[in-house]
Design a protein. Structure first.
Length: 415
């Protein structure tokens, strides 16, 4: 072997060793406690619009097995994912006075929100998981002491997608997120944009009426003029023309469960071409835990990478999804790569794999491979809006990647 080859191998071994040591510490000390979605208030659902008054946005909340109905006045907490369906829009009023508008078939996750009015500081992180979300970030705030509006002394607002990271201040910006491409259009103010990949350098600044697109693993495209037609379309998607500002006498919280949804129903709906994310929502809304839904989709022959990626992109717990998929026999490398590709935190993925009983060394290797720049996610493109999500029979890779019920093995990590 050449000196270069030995050097490269030693570097890889060293990286895996570091991860194994990290995992060992995790096993001994455990993770620091993570606040539940109820522990920190972010804002309220202010307005809702839908053609059918019975339709509402939904909230995926940590610690709740069912989807929650998001009605006007309902609180939004740290960690919540607000989802809309077809012909449904939602306006969220944040505690700093900013407004977030979720277009139809879109979702946004509240990843971080720390506001100190007395110090004039805020630090907020939100992630557009799919679709179009408009962020109207306030430049000013009202001090509790003076009662007058003043500028933030320290303001850090970050908008994330699968492919891009945008830093904003007082800005009106529409973000459209797909699996491989993100569009960021500034309606007012200024935004800095860079790739979400740590290995990709370079950022650009966008001003009012400018737009850029960011492809996965690439630097942002140069800023270009936002066409009037695209601007009008974005405003139409994110404007509530006939909003409801009250719950119409209803109560927030968990919606009334729909008829019991079984594994057979999942197989039937997938075969009929219903969107995978919609099938997940139906299952969970009927009371089926997301873990059971994941396993049922694997049994239906859906590519494990697509199941894991879609579930996380829909806002479901990455830890629960990873654990369920690995326990059910999906290859650890495939599950890990898909979870990381969907933007799941590395520590959460590690924790989920550990809960499934995977050995630390195997997890370390999977994480190292899954975080390699340009590493492919097995299964090819992972569309979020096409169907039926059941690909042609795929060859078995490392023990059954993309296997069907007859080839997908049981987890080797559980007795």
């Amino acid at each position: 072997m050449s000196v270069y080859g030995m050097h490269t191998m030693n570097k890889c071994r060293g990286a895996v060793t570091h991860i194994v040591l990290f995992l060992s510490l995790v096993l001994v000390a455990g993770f620091p406690p993570v606040a539940s979605g109820q522990d920190q208030f972010v804002g309220n659902v202010k307005l809702v619009e839908s053609k059918d008054p019975a339709q509402h946005p939904r909230i995926v909340r940590t610690g709740y097995s069912a989807l929650l109905t998001a009605k006007p006045g309902d609180a939004v907490f740290l960690g919540d994912t607000v989802k809309t369906g077809e012909d449904v829009k939602a306006q969220i009023l944040l505690s700093d006075g900013s407004i977030v508008i979720v277009a139809p078939n879109s979702s946004v996750q509240m990843k971080g929100h720390l506001v100190d009015r007395e110090q004039g500081s805020r630090n907020s992180v939100m992630k557009t998981l799919k679709g179009t979300v408009r962020f109207m970030i306030t430049k000013l705030f009202k001090s509790h002491t003076s009662g007058s509006e003043i500028k933030w002394k320290d303001s850090n607002v970050t908008i994330e997608t699968q492919n891009a990271i945008a830093g904003v201040r007082g800005t009106d910006v529409a973000v459209t997120s797909g699996e491989n491409t993100t569009e960021i259009a500034v309606l007012e103010g200024a935004v800095s944009v860079k790739s979400s990949s740590a290995s990709v350098n370079g950022s650009i600044m966008l001003g009012a009426d400018q737009v850029t697109s960011v492809k996965k693993g690439k630097s942002p495209e140069p800023a270009s003029a936002l066409s009037s037609a695209r601007r009008e379309e974005l405003i139409r998607l994110t404007t509530l023309t006939n909003p409801r500002s009250s719950a119409n006498g209803g109560q927030g919280g968990a919606p009334k469960k729909i008829a019991k949804y079984t594994e057979k129903d999942i197989s039937r709906d997938l075969a009929e071409g219903i969107n995978l994310g919609a099938v997940m929502d139906r299952a969970v809304e009927s009371g089926m835990p997301i873990e059971q839904a994941v396993k049922a989709m694997l049994d239906a022959g859906v590519n494990p990478a697509i199941v894991v990626y879609t579930a996380i992109a829909e806002g479901y717990s990455a830890k629960q999804v990873v654990t369920a998929a690995v326990e059910h026999g999906a290859p650890l490398s495939v599950v890990t790569a898909a979870a990381l590709g969907a933007g799941a935190d590395k520590k959460v993925v590690i924790s989920g794999a550990m809960d499934a009983g995977a050995p630390p060394a195997a997890i370390a290797t999977a994480v190292a491979n899954g975080t390699t720049p340009g590493a492919p996610v097995y299964g090819g493109p992972l569309p979020l809006d096409s169907s039926p999500y059941i690909p042609a029979p795929a060859p078995s890779i490392s023990g059954g990647g993309g296997g069907t019920p007859s080839t997908l093995p049981a987890s080797p990590y559980r007795p």
